[in-house]
Every structure is written in structure tokens, then in C-alpha cells.
Design a protein around this ligand. Structure first.
Ligand code: GTP
Ligand code: GTP
Ligand code: MG
Ligand code: MG
Lengths: 291, 268
């Protein structure tokens, strides 16, 4: 376990007083390995370890902790800080429906998450409506329609071929029926597919009041950094959602994505059912990353 | 330990491997000899040879055909990796009498999705009701394939995390159904692995391989920016060959695996 590994690295250097440079460097080699094993991006790990190093050297070792435990404490605090320190909420507009657009790579869990998000808002006594802008994937709209049906959620069937023609009418419909939020599922797309990235830019321009959430697979590796950066380059992102987190992937992709976009992780998906959805807790994530 | 490169070119090679999601232990194993034996010529060339050798050791990338019809192929893997799409692409490539078994009876519109592909390919899809027993679908589909003298039976299974013991047991049961019909033991159990998978990938494949004999990997979404380093660790540690790569979302986007092309992308 982490503490044991660090402590064994430190046992010949045990002592009170300040953390020596050598103690810190030894500990950081292990921390670097742990963060890479947790899928945190190579460059983010480098910067992070430097930050911890500067904070740790010369720090007073607390009477109750060993040097190894002291370093872990600093790492944990810095990780939490990196993740935004505390929980954040996605605020809805008070007047008029809030469109929430889910975007991301193929297969990350957007459609499933759309259903989860709608259920989450209904449990908060809101009146959500679901719409699928995915005209590409076979049976994508049917998938969202079924999710809406089995959870008794409002669903807006497409009226046009191009979602850009649907969106204004969808929001108008929601306004008339006092529905809020309007949750919009989109087709999976690569961060290097320029026309498809342009499309979500168009969606946001059509609905300037919309929030855009990037859905990331919890087991994603190093590429999370570039992917998050590319999506943030074409739309204003308001939040990140990390899916499939009930598995044993450590979820370092969240660290990379947060670091490069400055956008908070708001929720995590913890299973395939609509109820498998939780708000994101930075301190729990920090513990998970450290294994 | 990563980050201990004495030579800048070796450090650059290590960074290339790490940033491509190659498993940490595999990276160490590959970089170590470069650091100690630096008189062996260009480290990049040496590394490239090592990597290609790892793939050659894992065996042939061809798909096996059973000598008694139907040949059964299973498509397995975690949620969203590209199983259903990969299965459709492979059928498109084969141009044979293929029957599809819609054994994902759990996920919303999984059956409809496969039926759409069946329509496009003009291939029959055997399915039951949503929520039904997937083993029964496999059993039924096998009977149909035998009865219709189909060349192949492709089984689409539900995505499942390897940490779900109950779902892994269910998969094992589905596999044994086909094994039970002696001559119809799955000839290939193809695990579809997303190229952007991180360090968790090895554990994923290892767990699946404990439940059924995974005979090949389909490395999907290689058209993304991901280099699929996860596959290198899987091949090295488990000896399972990568047979195919997914390079997009249409039926033509499937290719045989090439270690050379893979290596070029990996080492940039
Ligand atoms: N285990 C687990 N599976 C999930 C979770 N969220 C989604 N899934 C599954 O992941 C798979 C993909 O989910 P989808 O909702 O179809 O993903 P998507 O992003 O809409 O896919 P595309 O539209 O093709 O890009 C499905 O099998 C879902 O059931 C989660 O939190 N945990
Ligand atoms: N870019 C790209 N997308 C792919 C590739 N293979 C599959 N996809 C996409 O990935 C998404 C998920 O594909 P599916 O075939 O539904 O994946 P699955 O493993 O069957 O998903 P579940 O059954 O829900 O676990 C779809 O949007 C596919 O179009 C590929 O090689 N490249
Ligand atoms: Mg979808
Ligand atoms: Mg599927």
C-alpha cells in the first residue's frame, strides 16, 4: 500500500524535524509512479510533482506523522486543490429552460448519462426533457427514447433531419411547457474531427444559454488531456462527467482534463442503470488516485 | 523506475511509450536494457525490434475457421469499446453466410442497433425480448445456424466491467453453451479493446481471459489520437495476439493488425 511503500523508502531516514531534500525526492519517485499508474497525464504529473516538491522541502514534519505520511498528506491536499477543492453544482437558469449539451468521444456513456442526468434533476423536483441530436449511430435515438420511457422522463422526438433545425423549436416547446433542463444527447465524435467539432460549436451558438458537459470514460489513459483541450477549444465547457467509475480504473483522466481546461468534474457514473449517478467529491477522488 | 533515463534519446523513447498508455511494467522492461547496454547502436532501432518481436511471439493474426460449420465468433469487452460495430465490420469483410446472435439483452436498444446492422448487411439476426436470458439467445442462435447451415455465427454480447463478478460468470456460461455443442466451440473469442484505454487495460483483459479463452484482440478506435499502447502490454504479458484494428465508424473501417504500422505510431 502507498503508505507502506513510502515509509519503507524513508525508514532509513526516519527522524523528526524538517523533511530533507533527499527524503522528498525519494518519496516523489514513488508518487510519480503512482500517478502515472492512475492514468494522470505525463506532463501533468511532472508539474504536480514539482509543486509538491517545492511545498514539501523544508516542511516541518508533524509530530504525529512519519516523513512518508507527511508527504502523502501534502500530495493529497494538492490533488484535492487541483480538482477544485470542493464540490461544485451545475446551476440551472431561474427563468427559461437551461439546455445541457452532452459531448464526448464515441462510447463514453453520453446517452446513458443523459438519462441519468434527467433522473437526477427530477429527483430534485425539476422537470427535465430529453432530446437526441445523434442522427448517426444506428438506433441512437431509439436508445434515448427507451431510457426516457423506462424512467418515465419527457422525450422530444426529432422533427427534422438536422438537429440545428430542431433545437430552437425544442427550447420553445420546453419554455411553453415550463420544462427545465433540456438535456441534449449528441453523437460521439473524435477530437480531431473538425466538421463534427464545428457542429457542437454550432449547437452552442444556437443556444447561447446552454451548458456543455464533456463526458469522459473513467478508464481513459493519457489521451484525456488532448481530448479535453480540443473540445474546450470549440465550445465553452461548463463541466466534466467521468463514467464507469464503479470499476477499478483509478480515473486519472479526470486530473488531466481538469488541469488542462480548468473545468470542474461535476458527476461520476457508477453503473449502467439510471440511478448509478453521483456528484463528484474531490477528496474521494484524491484517495482513489492514490490507491 | 520511469524518469531515470541517462540519455536524452532514451528518455524521449520512454516518454513516447508512457504517453501512448503502454503499461508501466512493460515500459520498464523495454527501457532497462537500453539504459544498461547503450553501446548496442541506435536505441530507437533496438526498441522497435523488441516491440515487433513481442507481437511476432504472440502468434498469427489470422482468424481461425472451424472445420465444422458454423464457426462461432464471440465478441466481448467492457462497455462502449466497439463490440457491436466491430462485429458488423467483420461480417462485411467476410461475405459469407453469417448469422448474428443479439445476446445483449440488457442495454437499451442494443437489439435494435444490431438489427439495423443486420439489415444493412442483409444478414439474419436471432434475438429474444429485452431482459431475457442471453444464454438462451446463444443457444437459439446456434440451433438456427446449424439448421440453416450458416458458415458463421457471430455473437454480440453486452458490455460489462471485468469487476462485475456476476456478469463475468454470465459470460462464462454463454461461452460454455457453445462449447457444450462439441463441434461448435467458439473458434474465436475476440475481445474488443478501446485504443485509448489506460493502465487498467491489462487487468481488464486478464480478467476476461480467466473466464473464457480470449483468442484475439480487436483494437478499436485507432483512428483517434490514441496509439493503443495498452495492446503492447496485453500481448507481452498475456500472449494474446492483436488480430484486427478498428479505424472508424463505418463498415469499411476494419483492418488486419500490422506490428510495423503500430510501432511507427507508438514511437512517433
Ligand atoms: N459500467 C458502466 N457502464 C456505463 C456507465 N455509463 C455508461 N455505461 C455503458 O457504456 C456503454 C456506452 O454507453 P452509451 O451511453 O451508449 O455511450 P455513448 O457515449 O452515448 O456512445 P456513442 O453515442 O456511440 O458515442 C453502454 O453499455 C452503457 O450502458 C457507467 O457509469 N458504468
Ligand atoms: N472512431 C471510431 N469509433 C468507433 C470504432 N468502433 C466503434 N466506434 C464507435 O464507438 C461507439 C460504441 O460502439 P458500439 O459498437 O456500440 O460499442 P459496444 O462495445 O457494442 O458498446 P456496448 O454494447 O454498449 O458495450 C459507437 O459510436 C461506434 O460508432 C472505431 O474503430 N473508431
Ligand atoms: Mg450515444
Ligand atoms: Mg454493443
Amino acid at each position: 500500500r502507498l503508505t507502506e511503500k513510502l515509509n519503507s523508502a524513508f525508514k532509513k531516514l526516519r527522524g523528526r524535524g524538517k523533511l530533507s531534500e533527499e527524503q522528498v525526492k525519494d518519496g516523489l519517485k514513488e508518487i510519480r509512479r503512482i500517478l502515472l499508474a492512475a492514468d494522470v497525464h505525463y506532463s501533468v504529473v511532472k508539474k504536480f510533482v514539482k509543486r509538491v516538491e517545492n511545498k514539501a522541502i523544508g516542511e516541518e514534519v508533524l509530530k504525529s506523522l512519519t516523513p512518508g505520511e507527511q508527504i502523502i498528506k501534502i500530495v493529497r491536499e494538492e490533488l484535492q486543490e487541483l480538482l477544485g477543492g470542493q464540490r461544485e453544482e451545475l446551476g440551472l437558469h431561474q427563468h427559461g429552460p437551461t439546455p445541457i449539451i452532452l459531448v464526448g468521444l464515441q462510447g463514453t456513456g453520453k446517452t446513458t448519462t443523459a438519462g441519468k442526468l434527467a433522473l437526477h434533476y427530477r429527483e430534485q423536483k425539476k422537470t427535465p426533457i430529453l432530446y437526441s441530436a445523434d442522427y448517426r449511430r444506428p438506433a441512437a435515438r431509439e436508445q434515448l427514447r427507451q431510457l426516457a420511457e423506462e424512467n418515465q422522463l419527457e422525450f422530444y422526438p426529432e422533427q427534422y433531419e438536422d438537429p440545428r433545425d430542431d433545437l430552437p423549436e425544442l427550447v420553445e416547446y420546453a419554455e411553453n411547457k415550463s420544462l427545465n433542463p433540456v438535456i441534449i444527447d449528441t453523437a460521439g465524435r473524435l477530437n480531431i474531427d473538425q466538421p463534427m467539432l464545428e457542429e457542437i460549436g454550432d449547437f452552442q451558438r444556437l443556444l447561447p444559454e446552454s451548458r456543455v458537459l464533456l463526458v469522459i470514460d473513467g478508464m481513459m489513459g493519457q489521451e484525456a488531456l488532448q481530448v479535453a483541450e480540443d473540445f474546450a477549444g470549440v465550445v465553452q465547457l461548463d463541466g466534466l462527467i467521468l463514467t464507469k467509475m464503479e470499476g477499478d480504473a483509478r480515473g486519472g483522466a479526470a486530473i488531466s482534463a481538469r488541469e488542462v481546461t480548468g473545468v470542474p468534474v461535476l458527476y461520476i457514473g457508477t453503473g449502467e442503470k439510471a440511478a448509478d449517478f453521483q456528484p463528484f467529491h474531490p477528496e474521494r477522488m484524491a484517495s482513489r488516485i492514490l490507491g | 523506475v520511469p524518469g531515470l533515463g541517462g540519455d536524452f534519446s532514451i528518455e524521449r523513447l520512454e516518454a513516447a511509450l508512457l504517453s501512448s498508455d503502454v503499461g508501466l511494467e512493460t515500459v520498464e522492461k523495454l527501457i532497462q536494457p537500453l539504459e544498461s547496454g547503450q553501446d548496442k547502436g541506435d536505441p530507437g532501432e533496438h526498441l522497435r525490434k523488441q516491440i515487433i518481436e513481442i507481437f511476432h511471439r504472440a502468434g498469427p493474426v489470422t482468424l481461425q475457421i472451424s472445420d465444422s460449420s458454423p464457426t462461432v465468433y464471440f465478441f466481448v469487452g467492457v462497455n462502449g469499446s466497439g463490440k457491436t460495430t466491430s462485429m458488423a465490420k467483420l461480417a462485411h469483410n467476410f461475405d459469407k453466410q453469417i448469422i448474428f446472435a443479439a445476446a445483449d439483452t440488457f442495454r437499451a436498444a442494443a437489439i435494435e442497433q444490431l438489427k439495423k446492422w443486420g439489415e444493412r448487411l442483409d444478414l439474419p439476426v436471432i434475438s429474444h425480448q429485452k431482459g431475457g436470458d442471453p444464454t438462451a439467445v446463444v443457444y437459439d442462435a446456434l440451433e438456427a445456424a446449424v439448421h440453416r447451415q450458416a458458415d458463421f455465427l457471430f455473437v454480440d454480447t453486452a458490455g460489462r466491467l471485468h469487476t462485475r463478478r456476476d456478469l463475468m460468470e454470465q459470460l462464462e456460461k454463454m461461452y460454455r453453451v457453445t462449447v457444450g455443442q462439441k463441434s461448435n466451440e467458439p473458434t474465436e473469442s475476440l475481445l474488443v479493446l478501446d485504443a485509448s484505454t489506460g493502465q487498467n487495460g491489462l487487468q481488464q483483459v486478464r480478467t476476461f481471459a480467466e473466464k473464457l479463452p480470449v483468442t484475439g484482440i480487436i483494437l478499436s478506435k485507432l483512428d483517434s489520437t490514441a496509439r493503443g499502447g495498452v495492446a503492447l502490454s496485453v500481448v507481452d504479458e498475456l500472449g494474446i495476439p492483436v488480430k484486427l484494428v478498428g479505424t472508424g465508424e463505418t463498415l469499411d473501417d476494419l483492418a488486419p493488425f500490422s506490428p510495423e504500422i503500430y510501432c511507427d505510431a507508438l514511437l512517433g
